[in-house]
Design a protein around this ligand. Structure first.
Ligand code: FBP
Length: 520
C-alpha cells in the first residue's frame, strides 16, 4: 500500500489478500502446457460467421494442463476496461500483470485510459508493480478508467495498431461484456487478416450476468454486486417490517436481462420480484403487471399488513408488449416530427401532439403513464433521437399506477388499506464494491489465463475459467474462440455478428426456485 496515504485496517486486510488460482498455474506460473481440444463452430449462423471470420472461426477449444509450455514468448500487452464497472476489474489486471511477468520478467503491460477510446487516441499509462499495489483486491475501474466507445471501424483498428506499434505492443486484452467482446472478436479477425502481429484476448465482465453460456460459467462482478444489493434490500426489508408503513419499489440494475433481480430475490425473498423474461413469455402488459402487484397489496392489507418490498428489474419495460409498441410508435413520431415538436411551446402541447399521433390501443398505454413519465419520454432522447428507455423511472411508474388502481378499488369498496410508496434504484451502489473473495479469485484467475493465452501465442479467444462451483484450486482454465459465441442479430436494419446475450432461462434452476416459492 502507498506509503503516503494512511490506510484503514480493512484496506490493509484486502490489500494483503492473496487471490487463489487454479492449481495448474500455482506451480509453473502462466507458462503451462496449452492443449487443443475440439474445433468449435459458432453456436448459430455457422456459415455466415465462418465467412465473416475466416481467420478466427472454427478454432479449437483450449485448456491449460500441468506441465511447462514452450519457452515464454515475449509479450508486451495493452489492456482495456470497457463498459460499466464491475467488481474485480483491478484483479483481472493484477492477474494479467503477474501472469505476464511469470512468463518472462521482461514482459510489459500498458493500460489504455478511459476505455476503448484510449487505444484509438493513444492515451495510456505503463502498469507497474508499484502502481498495482494500491489497486489489488479493490473495486472500481479507476486504475485506468473505462468507457463505452465502440471499437468497430477499420479506421479505429488502424489507428489503434499504429499506437500499439509505437508502444511496442504485440497483444491486447479487452475486459468487457457481450458488446465489448464482440468488438474484441472483430478486432482479432482484422489484425489476423492483415498480419498485424497483435493478438487479441477478451475477458467476461458485467454485473448484469448476461455474458455466460456453456463455456463461460459466469461474468465477473455479478457475485459481488448481487451480494451488495441483497444486503441493501435486506436492510430495507427490516425497515419495512419495523415501521410497517411503506411499500418499497426497488429497481435493480441490469440493462436487459433480469439475472440480478432474480438472484437478489433468491437471497432476500421479497413480496414480489418481477422477471422481464417471464413478462415477455407470458406477454404481460404494463396493466397486467400492475394488477399482479395490486393483488398482493390488497391481500396483505386483509392480513393487516400495509407494507412490503417489490423488486423491479431495470430492463422490465422492454419486455412488455404494449410498452414495446409504445416505444416503437413514439420513436417513429419523434423522428418524423422532430422540428414541429421543438416548435411547440409547452410540454403539455408536445404530450398532446404525441398522443394524437399514436394508434388507439397505444394511446391507452400512453394515457396510463403518469404525466412526469410522459414528459420524460418526450424529453430524454439518445443521440439517435430515440426514447431513452433506460432512463425511465420504472420503479416510480409502477408505484404511481399501483397507487391509482388502489384508489379506484377503494372507491369501489374493494380495498380498505393504506398505501404509501418509497422508490429506490440500486445500481451504482454495487458496481464498484470491493470484490467478494470469489470475484477477487475469479478475476485474478481470468487475468492469469489471459496471460497464458498470450504466452501460447493465441488470438481471438475469451479467457475461460470453469467449474466455478468447486474450490479455486480445482477450477480449469483455458480459452474459448470468441466466434463460438457469435450469431447474427438484426441491428439498425442490418444483420450483424454479435455475441448472444444470455437472458434468464425460464426452464433453469434459479427461476424454478423463485417460481416454486414466490407465493410463500
Ligand atoms: P456493462 O454491460 O457494460 O457491464 O454495464 C452494465 C450496466 O451496469 C447496466 O446494469 C446498466 O444498465 C448500465 O451499465 C448503466 O450504464 P452507465 O454506466 O453508462 O450509466
Amino acid at each position: 500500500m502507498s506509503a503516503t496515504h494512511p490506510v484503514s485496517p480493512l484496506q490493509q486486510a484486502r490489500s494483503d489478500y492473496q487471490p487463489k488460482l487454479p492449481l495448474v498455474f500455482t506451480q509453473h506460473g502462466a507458462a503451462v502446457r496449452c492443449v487443443e481440444g475440439e474445433r468449435l463452430d459458432p453456436l448459430a449462423d455457422v456459415e455466415a460467421i465462418h465467412q465473416l471470420f475466416p481467420h478466427t472461426a472454427g478454432l479449437p477449444m483450449l485448456t491449460f494442463e500441468p506441465g511447462t509450455g514452450p519457452a515464454g514468448k515475449k509479450v508486451c500487452a495493452g489492456v482495456i476496461l470497457s463498459g460499466g464497472q464491475a467488481p474485480g476489474g483491478h484483479n483481472v489486471i493484477a492477474g494479467l500483470f503477474d501472469g505476464l511477468k511469470s512468463l518472462n520478467p521482461a514482459n510489459r503491460l500498458v493500460g489504455f485510459l478511459g476505455g476503448p477510446s484510449g487505444l484509438v487516441d493513444g492515451k495510456q499509462i505503463e502498469i507497474t508493480a508499484e502502481l498495482l499495489a494500491d489497486y489489488r483486491n479493490t473495486g472500481g475501474f479507476d486504475i485506468i478508467g473505462s468507457g463505452r466507445t465502440k471499437l468497430e471501424k477499420a479506421a479505429q483498428f488502424d489507428q489503434g495498431l499504429e499506437h500499439c506499434r509505437k508502444l511496442g505492443l504485440n497483444a491486447l486484452v479487452v475486459i468487457g461484456g457481450d458488446d465489448s467482446n464482440t468488438n474484441a472478436c472483430v478486432l482479432a479477425e482484422y489484425y489476423r487478416k492483415i498480419n498485424a502481429g497483435v493478438d487479441v484476448i477478451g475477458c467476461p465482465k458485467t454485473i448484469d450476468g448476461d455474458l455466460k453460456n456453456q463455456f463461460i460459467d459466469a461474468s465477473f462482478g455479478f457475485d459481488t454486486a448481487t451480494k451488495v444489493y441483497a444486503e441493501l434490500v435486506g436492510n430495507i426489508q427490516r425497515d419495512a417490517n419495523s415501521a410497517k408503513k411503506y411499500y418499497h419499489f426497488i429497481k435493480l440494475m441490469g440493462r436487459s436481462a433480469s439475472h440480478i433481480a432474480l438472484e437478489v430475490a433468491l437471497q432476500t425473498h421479497p413480496n414480489a420480484a418481477l422477471i422481464g423474461e417471464e413478462v415477455a413469455a407470458r406477454k404481460l402488459t404494463l396493466g397486467q403487471v400492475v394488477d399482479q402487484l395490486v393483488e398482493i397489496v390488497v391481500k396483505r392489507s386483509e392480513q393487516g399488513r400495509h407494507f412490503g418490498v417489490f423488486l423491479v428489474p431495470e430492463g422490465i419495460i422492454e419486455f412488455m408488449p404494449d410498452m414495446q409498441q409504445l416505444i416503437k410508435e413514439l420513436n417513429e413520431v419523434l423522428h418524423h416530427h422532430e422540428a414541429y415538436l421543438k416548435s411547440l411551446v409547452t410540454q403539455d402541447d408536445r404530450r398532446q401532439f404525441l398522443f394524437n399521433k399514436l394508434s388507439a390501443e397505444t394511446g391507452k398505454t400512453f394515457n396510463m403513464l403518469p404525466q412526469a413519465i410522459q414528459i420524460q419520454l418526450v424529453l430524454d432522447r439518445d443521440p439517435h433521437g430515440n426514447v431513452q428507455v433506460s432512463r425511465i423511472e420504472t420503479e416510480k411508474l409502477l408505484a404511481d399506477i399501483v397507487e391509482d388502481r388502489l384508489r379506484e378499488r377503494k372507491a369501489q369498496g374493494q380495498y380498505h388499506g393504506k398505501f404509501s410508496a418509497q422508490c429506490h434504484f440500486f445500481g451504482y451502489e454495487g458496481r464498484c464494491a470491493a470484490p467478494s473473495n470469489f470475484d477477487a479469485d475469479y478475476c485474478y484467475s481470468l487475468g492469469f489465463t489471459a496471460a497464458a493465452l498470450l504466452g501460447a501465442g493465441k488470438t481471438g479467444y475469451i479467457a475461460s475459467v470453469r467449474h466455478l462451483d468447486r474450490p479455486a484450486a480445482d477450477w480449469s482454465a483455458g480459452g474459448v474462440p470468441l466466434t463460438t459465441m457469435m450469431n447474427l442479430e438484426r441491428r439498425h436494419g442490418a444483420d450483424k455478428p454479435v455475441i448472444r446475450k444470455a437472458l434468464v432461462d425460464l426452464n433453469g434452476r434459479p427461476f424454478a426456485e423463485l417460481a416454486a416459492h414466490r407465493d410463500e
